[in-house]
Design a protein around this ligand. Structure first.
Ligand code: NAP
Length: 301
């Protein structure tokens, strides 16, 4: 990588970002295509977000990824939003065009592309989504347009109802969208004839890797189970789904695919998805082996 005064800078902002895979993923793509770009990560605390956005303009940073906890808070500091980001109310990508910062969300299309990449077409399927947070909203707005039925489960039921109402207003269709509280009884019933189950909660994420949002008994062979959590790569939910014979898709696939759409926004070029995936898996292997050499026995992302 030959960094010079002309190199375009892209960056991730969030808190924490130290173990993010995004620098490895994006730099592998820039290098593969011989682009004069570099990608770095900045830890930005919530109370510094406004200053950070001024800094982006002042420093001429070309493109940004935005992660927790800034995906919603950053919107008020931007100059515009694309239609999807505006609808979802969340931003994970920014393009700086001569000082004008426009926000996008690539989470929904990233999830859709991860499904398609695994050979799963959600068109006309019954989809059950667990969670009503930022990523669930993005995924739900993308899939609601094509699924035959969408059921949103959330621990805080009011948030599931709010998301359902927002989707119904967007689609003008009350029938295909349902909201339900995250209880075994409701899950069992809705999963009986579901085609695709998506976990968009943080349940099962490291360090709580023994947790799962769904009882193993409800998982079956003809269900596709997609977990947005990518740390660990195989969550308890995915492990139990695999053992039940279900088709499983992990969160790394979505991370790569949403990153690929960000890449296109910044460069105008199609991202080399396989190269990005190989770079991420290599980095995960390295982290796992250095963690086990240090006696920690787990990967650091
Ligand atoms: N693979 C990717 O590219 C990608 C992209 C984005 C996010 N993610 C992952 O997706 C997950 C959610 O992210 P987010 O941005 O949507 O977070 P978020 O906005 O904070 O939402 C968190 C969701 O998890 C639910 N939740 C948290 N703890 C729970 C528990 N103990 N039991 C039941 N529900 C619980 C919350 O329910 P309440 O409303 O009741 O609090 C909420 O629905 C994270 O693990 C994140 O790493 C992955």
């Amino acid at each position: 990588m030959n960094v010079s005064g002309k190199t375009k800078v892209c960056a991730l902002i969030g808190d924490p970002v130290e173990h993010s895979l995004s620098p490895v993923i994006q730099n592998s793509a820039f290098k593969h295509l011989g682009l004069d770009y570099v990608y770095v990560a900045f830890n930005v605390k919530a109370n510094s977000l406004k200053d950070a956005v001024y800094g982006i303009r002042a420093l001429g940073i070309h493109g940004l990824n935005v992660t927790m906890p800034h995906k919603i808070a950053i919107i008020k500091y931007l100059d515009g939003l694309d239609e999807t980001a505006s609808r979802v109310g969340s931003v994970n990508t920014i393009l700086n065009s001569d000082g004008r910062l426009v926000g996008y969300t690539t989470d929904g299309v990233g999830a859709l592309n991860a499904l398609k990449h695994a050979g799963v077409d959600p068109s006309g399927e019954k989809v059950v989504i667990l969670g009503a947070g930022g990523s669930s909203r993005a995924v739900a707005f993308t899939l609601a347009e094509i699924a035959s039925e969408l059921v949103i489960f959330n621990r805080t039921f009011d948030r599931a109802k709010d998301l359902k109402n927002a989707l119904c207003r967007f689609l003008g269709d009350e029938l295909r969208i349902k909201a339900a509280p995250l209880t075994d009884e409701h899950l069992k019933k809705e999963l009986e004839d579901a085609d695709i189950l998506i976990n968009a909660t943080s349940v099962g994420m490291k360090p709580n890797s023994d947790d799962t949002p769904v009882k193993q008994d409800y998982l079956r062979k003809d269900l596709v189970v997609f977990d947005l959590v990518y740390e660990p790569l195989e969550t308890r939910l995915l492990r139990e789904a695999r053992l039940a014979g279900a088709k499983v898709i992990n969160g790394l696939s979505m991370l790569i695919h949403q990153g690929a759409v960000s890449f296109k926004i910044w460069t105008g070029m199609k991202a080399p998805v396989e190269i990005m995936m190989d770079a991420a898996l290599k980095k995960i292997k390295q982290s796992e082996s250095s963690a086990s050499n240090n006696g920690k026995g787990d990967a650091a992302f």
